[in-house]
Design a protein around this ligand. Sequence first.
Ligand code: FES
Length: 120
Amino acid sequence: MTQVPICDVSELPPGERKIVELDGNSIGVFNIEGNYYAASNKCPHAGGPVCTGRVGHELLAEFTGVGLRVKEYFGPNIVLACPWHGWEFNLETGAHLGDSKITLPLYEVTVQDNKIFVEI
Ligand code: FES
């Protein structure tokens, strides 16, 4: 495993992302609320640029019956949605929200001396 420098911390503020090429792989590096994540930018569905999709807290709901939604709220999980067909992945585990057997490869992110590194 090799730690590859991505950028200074100041270049990736909360809410921002960078798409980088590392060792022939496109990887998305995210700063979400001060926490860093890195994921493969190749969606396991059909290879779409998943890391360019919407990212945010998982939307949850309570139902009293089919189609009877009584409450919506955002949960603690951070979710990345692929822009091609909408598959959603937990950015902390890589698991697909609907089928945990499908995973998006993740990478370890570290910060040293105000620099962000991804381990490949
Ligand atoms: S390619 Fe990502 S959901 Fe289809």
